[in-house]
Design a protein around this ligand. Structure first.
Ligand SMILES: *[C@@H]1O[C@H](CO)[C@@H](O)[C@H](O)[C@H]1NC(C)=O
Ligand SMILES: *[C@@H]1O[C@H](CO)[C@@H](O)[C@H](O)[C@H]1NC(C)=O
Ligand SMILES: *[C@@H]1O[C@H](CO)[C@@H](O)[C@H](O)[C@H]1NC(C)=O
Ligand SMILES: *[C@@H]1O[C@H](CO)[C@@H](O)[C@H](O)[C@H]1NC(C)=O
Ligand SMILES: *[C@@H]1O[C@H](CO)[C@@H](O)[C@H](O)[C@H]1NC(C)=O
Ligand SMILES: *[C@@H]1O[C@H](CO)[C@@H](O)[C@H](O)[C@H]1NC(C)=O
Ligand SMILES: *[C@@H]1O[C@H](CO)[C@@H](O)[C@H](O)[C@H]1NC(C)=O
Length: 625
């Protein structure tokens, strides 16, 4: 039982292997050249005289390999396959005048339908790449103790980040909540001083204010932050989403450059989400636009809070990486939020923000250690897949994935990706899409065109090949009205009797089927189906004996059911070599102890081995003496 089971498993395994190897080959034949090029794996033979009598034009469409074995010359095989054109391919460089982190930069592909093409992408984070860091602070009353710490923060952040890069700019903005009930009291005195008790002084609440656009000036940061006065509101969630949205989309007000962009969000409480605005009668969904007024305020009373999806999109589109620095109590909520926002991390802020600098530099290196390569706006019928080669030692990740992904990448480490493009339909025109690394502004532009039309360069009107009554293109005749046949040699029958008498010539003898049942009779001529041919479709060039699952053992041509073997081969399936080199090249063939059949020794009794050099049953013989 066990033996049978093992044998069975083994057989299954072998069959499985064979099928896997068999898959990529093959072509579904098509009757015209352009349809043929649109069929994966197919090529077209344009030679005028390629077809034998009765063969349908589909027989011109086959794998390039088969066309060659069927004696179509290379110059007559239409099988366009073009390498990608590198329109821009600068080398990676960390030179500060000309930083290149992504290679290549611009590619043009001419793709065949269903034929994948691959290319390589390299990325290396440039050393000392500049950083823009915008600090978003919750100014609700509970953050009062943090404000004192933040005042001296600028210098510390700069010196921490200067370990990674020389060029750092910082900016500052703050948020409280929408100035409307039930978030902010509308009682006049409370509105002007929203502190919980009257002994403190608070500034009126606001949704978001840009206080300091990105600058290299640390002193400016210090003064502007020192000027800040705490504010207050009624409920605990804040307008953090309004602030993130404005900070991300107000590019020119905030002053973002095309460098590493980091948004630090500090809060000790949770956030209002899309839909919460309804409590204050604000129904209009956020439009994703910048709405800061002349003094940098966002009046949040027109639009609802943005949704998480909107935030994720604008942050990705603007290459902004987000660091949530939040207190212990609200970490869980922000961890859940961070899962929905790519390129964001959450760090635990001490209740007086004293660890914020450490947190920022740790979060920055965490963000930089994950590298994600994704495509944007690719044509819908284009399948883009990735293989990531993250570390040279670890070898390759052998699965094709929806995006390129490398974790724990060290500074100065280069990572490579193989990207495969496989298009399933023809495109009307060239289409361009981009590959981007999350959080990096550099893009790789990829343009794709499809090779779906034949340019056989043989067009001939009134061609003599078509009896001067048809146009020759790509080896086939398109006949003028009323004419038919491979060479337009016949006229369409005018009445029934002439049609019937014509049909008679499509039978091999009176008793046989029209075109042997393998074709249609068209004005006295058989047009055969599939691999059949001949005046009566009586031949099938696919019906010969097979060896090793190949027609005529791959060593001959199938002609009308019989293998015509190539030189040095014989046998019904051309499975027998006429050479003798495998039977030994010195001395007698098979050591004189066997015969050489099909280039293999058939040993005489008592001998075995490739050269019949070994003696079987040696011991009993010697024992006799
Ligand atoms: C950043 O790059 C984008 C696209 O490459 C460009 O439109 C934008 O003007 C650049 N911004 C700055 C500040 O250079
Ligand atoms: C911007 O809005 C704030 C708060 O609503 C207001 O105090 C300020 O005057 C406005 N600035 C301009 C230029 O309208
Ligand atoms: C901050 O945390 C420390 C120790 O964890 C605690 O002693 C202090 O009271 C806290 N301060 C506030 C304002 O919660
Ligand atoms: C950075 O990554 C380490 C290891 O994955 C993790 O323990 C730490 O909490 C992360 N810190 C931040 C701020 O993301
Ligand atoms: C390419 O796409 C075609 C369908 O359009 C599919 O049959 C083929 O398997 C794909 N090839 C690869 C390597 O993914
Ligand atoms: C047939 O064998 C001979 C002798 O080995 C060799 O010279 C010749 O190239 C072979 N022909 C083909 C088509 O392989
Ligand atoms: C068979 O004979 C050939 C030539 O005599 C020799 O090169 C080869 O090594 C031999 N093979 C074996 C398995 O004996």
């Amino acid at each position: 039982m066990v033996g049978i089971f093992i044998l069975g498993t083994f057989l299954l395994y072998c069959v499985g292997q064979k099928q896997i190897q068999g898959v990529p080959q093959g072509c579904v034949s098509q009757p015209s050249c352009s349809a043929c090029l649109r069929s994966p794996g197919c090529a077209w033979c344009k030679h005028k005289d390629f077809l034998k009598s009765g063969e349908s034009s589909e027989r011109r469409c086959d794998t390039a390999e088969s066309l060659r074995t069927r004696r179509c010359e290379q110059m007559d095989i239409i099988n366009p396959r073009l390498d990608p054109v590198f329109l821009k391919n600068n080398d990676l460089s960390s030179n500060s005048d000309n930083v290149v982190q992504l290679k290549p930069q611009n590619l043009l592909f001419k793709l065949r339908v269903g034929v994948p093409q691959t290319f390589n992408v390299s990325f290396k984070r440039a050393e000392g790449y500049p950083i823009d860091l915008y600090y978003l602070m919750d100014l609700s009353f509970s953050m009062k103790d943090d404000l004192d710490t933040i005042k001296n923060l600028g210098q510390d952040i700069l010196s921490a980040l200067k370990k990674v890069t020389q060029k750092v700019r910082i900016g500052f903005g703050s948020f409280v909540d929408k100035v409307a009930l039930p978030y902010v009291s509308q009682v006049k005195a409370k509105k002007n001083n929203p502190c919980p008790n009257r002994l403190n002084i608070c500034q009126p609440a606001f949704s978001f204010q840009n206080i300091l656009r990105l600058t290299e000036d640390v002193d400016e940061f210090k003064t502007r932050v020192s000027d800040q006065i705490i504010s207050g509101n009624l409920d605990s969630p804040e307008a953090g989403f309004d602030a993130i949205m404005q900070a991300a989309v107000c590019q020119s007000v905030i002053g973002w450059n095309n460098v590493t962009r980091i948004l630090v969000y500090t809060s000790d409480d949770t956030f209002h989400i899309a839909g919460d605005g309804r409590l204050a009668g604000i129904f209009e969904p956020h439009d994703g636009m910048c709405h800061l007024n002349g003094t940098g305020f966002y009046d949040g009373t027109k639009y609802d809070y943005p949704s998480v999806g909107q935030l994720a999109r604008v942050l990705a589109a603007n290459n902004i990486q987000l660091i949530f620095a939040v207190t212990e109590d609200s970490v869980a909520a922000y961890k859940a939020l961070s899962k929905l926002i790519p390129q964001s991390v959450v760090g635990v802020l001490k209740n007086d923000s004293s660890n914020v600098v450490l947190l920022i530099s740790e979060a920055y290196s965490n963000l930089s250690s994950t590298i994600l390569l994704e495509h944007h706006e690719a044509p819908s019928d284009l399948d883009v897949t990735y293989k990531s080669h993250c570390t040279p030692e670890k070898g390759d990740n052998t699965h094709w994935q929806r995006r390129g992904e490398c974790m724990n990448v060290k500074l100065n480490q280069q990572v490579n990706f193989t990207v495969s493009l496989n298009i399933s339909t023809c495109l009307k025109e060239k289409q361009t899409f981009s590959l981007k690394l999350q959080g990096i502004s550099e893009t790789l532009k990829v343009s794709v065109e499809t090779l779906c039309d034949c340019d056989c360069q043989d067009r001939e009107e009134q061609s003599s090949h078509c009896n001067e009554i048809g146009t020759l293109t790509c080896g086939i005749c398109s006949c003028d009205e009323g004419h038919l046949g491979q060479r337009c040699e016949c006229e369409r029958p005018k009445d029934m009797t002439s049609a019937e008498s014509m049909a008679a010539t499509c039978r091999q003898d009176n008793s046989s089927q029209l075109c042997s049942g393998h074709g249609s009779c068209e004005c006295g001529m058989c047009m055969c189906q599939g691999t059949h041919r001949g005046n009566f479709c009586q031949c099938d060039d696919n019906s010969c004996a097979r060896h090793n699952n190949m027609l005529c053992g791959g060593n001959g041509q199938c002609e009308c059911g019989t293998c015509k073997c190539n030189a040095n081969y014989t046998g019904s399936a051309c499975d027998c070599s006429t050479l003798t080199d495998q039977c030994g090249t010195v001395g007698k063939l098979c050591n004189g102890q066997g015969t050489c059949q099909c280039n293999q020794c058939q040993c005489n009794k008592d001998f075995f081995g490739i050269n019949c050099s070994k003696i079987a049953n040696a011991c009993p013989k010697f024992l006799l003496y």
